[in-house]
Design a binder for this molecule. Structure first.
Ligand code: FAD
Ligand code: NAI
Length: 464
């Protein structure tokens, strides 16, 4: 066979693709990564995880100062102001530092960045900006983009997607979020804290589909207490925009009389779809499934030998850390090693206040599989949460009734996103609830609530 330009070409430099490219290069493969954006890092670094967390952090600081919530700690503020341009500037700086960091890592590891849009010309060749490149193996890591809602056209001014909602030039008076999922609640929180009235319109009977039922109920209660208006079981059937105001037509999901809601900003956040358009998959002999995803085997190889796929473009949760771990494992397979991702233990975090985190099975899923035991501990009874005055939420541990093995952990707490790591590690090591309960936890920490919830599985928490 004629010599190829590269051992591996990765298409897409998001958390899946850039991590795969670096790992492949570390393993001695001659590697290139194609990216059509001006900067590396994909959705996550440019318009996803990082800028949204920057806005969540900044808006929380503003809200704490502005709402008088700090007064009870003896911290008085007068005349707290919002400089939204500065808030955006700090976010942009963080994004720039991180995307620049990936460029540095590419250079350090000798990964070539091929700038432009890639399209297959055969199973082992692609075209990028009019030039042809060949590789022994090709990995598709093209990610996802927003799912459009028919009748509600995104103009990035009045009707925006998450990218638009991360960069609004002023605080809306009334923001309507279509979709009570992760994006809707995170970005809804940002603008609620900055002063907008926020209405969430959710098609299903409850927000946060896929999460544990009790968590969904408690989360809705907390968000309503914060000032969100949440309209579940409601669908948007159309939108018109006139003079900076959108008029949305909504009706009960089950059918019934329609009504109008007016808003000066509408965020469409009803899910994301895999990016495969313009890739010329047919030239590689590839097809997509009914959900538009590329199917893969245990080794991340598609139906065409030598072509791999990872991240948002393949089945599974659309999460950056899932994409990263798949990127590492797939690169290891490409290099002839065995890569491993335990898809049963992928944590998920919603970065609202409080945070909502979960790993493993929900109570509903676990019950459907067999007999279980459940231990719960409220943050109200955790000494650190009480001291910090952040007592909303609980920890729930689900264990197998016979083996006591931990099957799932669900947490609502101010720092649930950090607390869930311990639960994931426990599950990865096959821990029982007793193992967690008898592990010494530092005092006073929020993490003690996990220990006590594990103790509650067999009925013996101390502080309740
Ligand atoms: P992507 O990050 O989407 O990267 C794919 C890249 O491929 C893109 O840069 C794209 O330009 C490029 N590309 C596509 N097609 C081509 C082509 N043909 N040629 C060249 N380049 C191409 N996940 C979390 O885990 N935590 C979070 O806090 C979080 N927050 C989020 C907030 C928002 C607002 C959004 C929208 C998403 C968030 N996510 C979060 C999800 C996370 O961003 C994705 O799961 C993750 O980015 C997927 O990584 P990926 O590598 O598969 O794809
Ligand atoms: P999502 O799937 O989390 O939520 C979409 C919501 O919209 C669902 O509740 C769904 O029932 C609802 N919906 C669908 N059609 C509707 C309609 N016509 N009218 C009203 N509601 C409708 O998707 P979202 O929030 O867009 O996020 C996309 C992806 O990005 C998620 O899969 C998530 O994994 C990822 N993400 C992850 C984050 C994190 O890890 N913290 C943060 C943001 C996004």
């Amino acid at each position: 066979m004629a010599e190829q330009d590269y051992d591996l070409i990765v298409i897409g430099a998001g958390p899946g693709g850039y991590v795969a490219a670096i790992r492949a290069a570390q393993l001695g493969l001659k590697t290139a990564c194609v990216e059509s954006r001006e900067t590396l890092g994909g959705t996550c670094l440019n318009v996803g995880c990082i800028p949204s967390k920057a806005m969540l952090h900044a808006s929380e600081l503003y809200h704490e100062a502005q709402s008088g919530a700090l007064a009870k700690f003896g911290i008085d503020f007068k005349g707290v102001g919002l400089n939204l341009d500065q808030m955006h500037a700090e976010k942009t700086k963080a994004v720039g530092e991180l995307t620049g960091g990936i460029e540095f890592l590419f250079k350090k590891n000798k990964v070539d960045w091929l700038k432009g849009h890639a399209a297959f010309t055969s199973p082992n060749s692609i075209d990028v900006a009019g030039k042809s490149y060949t590789a022994q193996k090709i990995m598709i890591a093209t990610g996802s983009s927003v799912t459009p809602l028919p009748g509600v056209t995104i103009d990035q001014k009045v009707i925006v997607d998450s990218t638009g909602a991360l960069a609004l030039p002023k605080v809306p008076k009334h923001l309507v979020v279509i979709g009570g999922g992760v994006i809707g609640l995170e970005l809804g929180s940002v603008w609620l804290r900055l002063g907008a009235q926020v209405t969430v319109v959710e098609y299903l009977d409850q927000i946060l589909p896929g999460m544990d039922g009790e968590v969904r109920k408690e989360a809705a209660k907390i968000f309503k207490k914060q000032g969100f208006t949440i309209r579940t079981g409601t669908k948007v059937t159309g939108a018109t925009v006139k003079g900076g105001t959108a008029t949305l037509t909504v009706e009960p999901a089950a059918g019934g009389a329609s009504e109008n809601i007016e808003a000066d900003c509408v965020l469409v956040a009803i899910g994301r779809k895999p990016n495969t358009e313009g890739l010329a998959l047919d030239k590689a002999g590839l097809t997509v499934n009914a959900r538009g995803q590329i199917e893969i085997g245990h080794d991340f190889q598609t139906s065409v030998p030598g072509i791999y796929a990872i991240g948002d473009v393949v089945p599974g949760p659309m999460l950056a850390h899932k994409a990263e771990d798949e990127g590492i494992a797939a690169a290891e397979f490409v290099a002839g090693l065995t890569g491993i991702v335990n898809h049963d233990v992928i944590p998920g975090v919603v970065y609202t206040y409080p945070e909502i985190a979960s790993v493993g099975l929900t109570e509903e899923e676990a019950k459907a599989q067999g007999e279980i035991k459940v231990g719960k501990f409220p943050m109200m009874a955790n000494s650190r949460a009480k001291t910090n005055r952040d007592t909303d939420g609980f920890v729930k541990v689900i264990a197998d009734a016979k083996t006591d093995r931990v099957l799932g952990v669900h947490i609502i707490a101010s720092i649930a996103g950090s607390m869930i790591a311990e639960a994931a590690l426990s599950m990865e090591f096959g821990a029982t609830s007793e193992d967690v309960a008898y592990t010494c936890h530092a005092h006073p920490t929020h993490a003690e609530a996990l220990k006590e919830a594990a103790m509650a599985v067999t009925g013996k928490p101390i502080h309740m």
